[in-house]
Design a protein around this ligand. Sequence first.
Ligand code: SAH
Length: 347
Amino acid sequence: MLSYTNKADIKNFSIDQIKKWLENRGFQAYRAGQIFNHIYLHQVDDFNNMTDISKELRSLLAQHYTISRLGKTKILFSKDGSQKYVFKLTDGNLIETVLIPEKKHATLCISSQVGCALDCQFCQTAQSGFIRNLTSGEIIAQVRDIRKEVDNPQRLTNIVLMGMGEPLANYQNVVKALNTLTDRHFGLQFASRRITLSTAGIVPKLMLLGHDTTVNLAISLNATDDNTRSRLMPINRKYPLRELLNACRRYPLKPRQRITIEYVLIKGINASEADAHRLARLLRPLKVKINLIPYNEHDKSDFQRPESAAIQAFRDILVNHHYTVIVRHSKGRDISAACGQLRAQLL
Ligand code: SAH
């Protein structure tokens, strides 16, 4: 039975906010660390089980806060080993999170919004339109809940913000969630260098991100001229290629860090040899590695993936220009969990 509650999800608060809250009520600030350890390291779901905290404080916390989990509706298993979790939020909206096992570790691909407003012509998430931003608690919960479920939680070391939504369009909640995900003492203890945020290129937010976090940056570039890019990704009309690449040039990187350039290869649109040469030229001033993603076809779109020979030729040109290039064959295509296929349809 659903009951109305005006309690707040404690996962929406930073440790500093909870410290303040405690101090205002006469409790010691360090209690916040104990509470966060219970929630994030020990997966505690009930304030009452935090037995190193006084009964008085436990009941006060329970009066004001919940430690919620996402509603699980289903898990789809791909034959390549990846798993798609479909979660139901408290307002009934659905989001998707994909667990991708790799050789030595597992990567979690998380969502930042319900739907997306950017309307990229090749992406299925765009088709549901924008519904709402996820709260920082809902972003964190995708990681916390799945870490509780998996057989081998230590293997889950990497996170990519490449699920539904545009993370930089939900900037504050995303940065807040990243702070808790990477807090080494009181949060989920992920290493920033193992987290990658992918953006379609909201330039002003990009500059803030480099200032506020040290996570890796990925740019969905997908075209080498403004005409093509604006047609594929309307956000390019607001922040054209030159501005985007300039922002990338100024983006603060650690000594061995590079920006990942994602480039979806679409037959007849952006995958010619001339495009490959142009891409090599555009990226020359930057420290990058390039992920080529052969287009994942779906029935709502006429776009096609290029033939393998064309993909190979595109890659070879970039390699000859001395770039590090990976051709990413998206996982989970059979369960609609691949790049651009997340849309949380009612199944
Ligand atoms: N909004 C952010 C985060 C989503 S990442 C961003 O755009 O970066 C999703 C990635 O999948 C993007 O790089 C996008 O270009 C790519 N993509 C979208 N639809 C795809 C498709 N049908 N096939 C292959 N890749 C796709």
